[in-house]
Design a protein around this ligand. Structure first.
Ligand code: NAD
Length: 350
């Protein structure tokens, strides 16, 4: 088990340290090697995704990432920005499927901005296509046309790209509540009409899964109106970017949410859903649980170690039940602890 660890920027090093401790306690045979990605990589090598990182990431079975970015690098030329490192590694490793669970632990039901009775027990999985769509489409740019600046981007998907993300989503739904909702904007965008057609063509291969469709604007509303109607949602890169953040916020804490990005052979990059939180970096207050839960996803999806994955999730649940919280999820009657103490608590619960 070769695991490439990319701590990145901001709180990245603090939270990945705790996640690696949990990983090594549970799976001592895991070989862990660190490399640079993001702003720290720009500072050290001039590139947000240096060759040495590329080589290590390609050779690894899985990658664990903290987060990248921060105000220090916001004014660099676009190709040197930390986010380029993230897009670069996703593309380089062919990570086309992003899995983001939005789970609301009952101990944290009050953290949601929605009424607890609407969200208690929430368990949604958003499957987002990650390597296509308007984020990568050519042509793109800003140029002078008719004497004024003109900006343009191109949305496109071919049916093969839609089919492979569709299969990931159907398979995921099969392992859960067996309901899949495909989200598009077929009333306006031809690309997403093709998306809907291909999803319908796949459906007969998965007779045990119920497929439904929803327009993206309606989905954005339904997620705050009645979020528990969803089991698995599958959508393209642009819509998925927005809807997965919306679903994350239903749970009240971005510090709790892991994510997985997989290639066609389930090699993956695992990372928390949040960013590098520069406002709290280096203060030992960041919540490491999203990164620790990302290790659980790694064990489940890449290494097929379901028992170990479930043990980590149970340990996190136990720590919450003990009333231990980092500052971002603290409330009356709980005890606020720091990043390393939270790591200690999870290890003790394991
Ligand atoms: P953010 O997720 O970093 O922070 C948003 C808010 O949530 C902040 O108040 C932060 O303190 C808090 N927060 C986030 N994670 C937390 C944790 N684990 N524990 C406690 N509190 C936490 O989003 P942002 O402020 O929009 O972005 C900051 C930087 O992160 C930017 O440079 C952005 O580009 C980058 N970013 C990186 C990724 C990634 O690496 N995948 C994703 C999103 C944003």
């Amino acid at each position: 088990m070769k695991i490439c660890v990319l701590p990145g920027d901001g709180i990245g090093p603090e939270i990945t340290r705790e996640a690696v401790r949990v990983l090594q306690a549970l799976v001592p045979q895991a070989e862990v090697e660190e490399a640079l990605l993001g702003g720290i990589a720009v500072d050290t090598t001039g590139s947000p995704y240096p060759d040495a990182t590329r080589a290590l990431a390609r050779a690894a079975d899985a990658v664990l990432l903290g987060a990248v970015g921060g105000p220090k690098w916001d004014n660099l030329p676009r190709e040197q920005r930390p986010e380029r490192g993230l897009l670069g590694i996703r593309q380089d490793l062919g990570l086309f499927a992003n899995l983001r669970p939005a789970i609301l632990y009952k101990e944290l039901a009050n953290a949601s901005s929605l009424k607890p009775e609407l969200v208690a027990g929430l368990d949604i999985l958003i499957v987002r296509e990650l390597t296509g769509d308007i984020y990568f489409g050519q042509p793109r740019g800003v140029e002078m046309r008719d004497g004024q600046r003109f900006g343009f981007n191109t949305m496109h998907y071919n049916e093969g790209e839609i089919r492979r993300i569709g299969r990931v989503a159907f398979e995921a739904a099969r392992k859960r509540g067996k309901r899949l909702c495909s989200v598009d904007k077929m009333n306006v965008l031809e690309t997403t009409q093709l998306w809907r057609d291909v999803m319908n063509e796949l459906a007969p291969e998965y007779p045990d899964v119920t497929l439904s469709h929803m327009l993206v604007d309606n989905c954005a509303m339904q997620l705050v109106r009645e979020p528990r109607q969803f089991d698995v949602i599958v959508t393209g890169n642009l819509f998925g970017d927005i809807l997965s953040d919306e679903a994350a916020m239903l749970t009240g804490s971005i510090g709790m949410l892991p994510s997985a990005s997989l290639d066609e052979r389930n090699k993956g990059l695992f990372e928390p859903s949040h960013g590098s939180a520069p406002d709290i970096a280096g203060k030992n207050v960041a919540n490491p649980l999203a990164t620790i839960l990302s290790v659980a996803m790694m064990l489940r999806y890449t290494f097929n170690l379901e028992t170990e994955a479930a043990r980590i999730e149970a340990a996190v649940q136990k720590v919450l039940a003990q009333g231990l919280r980092t500052a971002d999820i603290a409330e009356g009657g709980t005890r606020t602890i720091g990043t390393t103490e939270m790591g200690d608590a999870v290890l003790a619960a394991l």
